[in-house]
Write a protein of this length. Structure first.
Length: 174
């Protein structure tokens, strides 16, 4: 896949799925039967930096644990949608509320529930280990497997294209 043909500089907003994107697709179960998600610290750094640099970030996940909301709100994100059985209407509402155009929005997903949103986004992005159907529609496939730096890779591409990667003093702190 040729990244030179992707206009990362045009991206003003990125929406992410959680399981298989921001956390690995294989995760341990807690004693109560609830998944215990892992997070990538470098993803977290990039996400909080992106928010500081004015990039709109969003979570749209079918998962429901409040730990997801707590994790990503601590990084400065305010648009966190849990329990999204049908992600497309939520995606369209978020894009409309932000006043965005299709070509300005990327969506990062890894599995069948993400297909409609991937097709609706201007830039469809998939982790390297995404489902084959997702890989077929992706404009960009990160070299990272889910949970292993996917958000960092995507955000770094966007901020570098916008000349915002490590551009401000607050890039060097949390």
């Amino acid at each position: 896949m040729n990244n030179d043909k992707i206009d990362f500089a045009a991206i003003r907003a990125i929406a992410f799925d959680v399981d298989g994107v921001l956390s690995p697709s294989t995760i341990p179960l807690g004693p109560d039967g609830e998944p215990m998600r892992m997070v990538n610290i470098k993803d977290g750094y990039a996400m909080q930096l992106a928010v500081k640099m004015g990039l709109d970030l969003c979570i749209i996940t079918g998962a429901r644990p409040q730990s997801i909301e707590k994790r990503y709100s601590r990084l400065g994100m305010t648009d966190i949608y849990l329990g999204a059985a049908d992600k497309l209407p939520i995606f369209y509402r978020w894009v409309g509320e932000k006043g965005l155009q299709r070509h300005e929005v990327a969506y990062v997903g890894d599995d069948i529930p993400d297909l409609q949103v991937l097709k609706a986004a201007g830039l469809a992005i998939a982790p390297a280990d995404a489902a084959p159907e997702v890989l077929e529609v992706a404009h960009y496939i990160t070299p990272c497997a889910g949970g292993m730096g996917v958000a960092r890779d995507v955000i770094e591409h966007v901020l570098k294209a916008r000349n915002q990667w490590l551009d401000k003093a607050h890039a060097f702190g949390w």
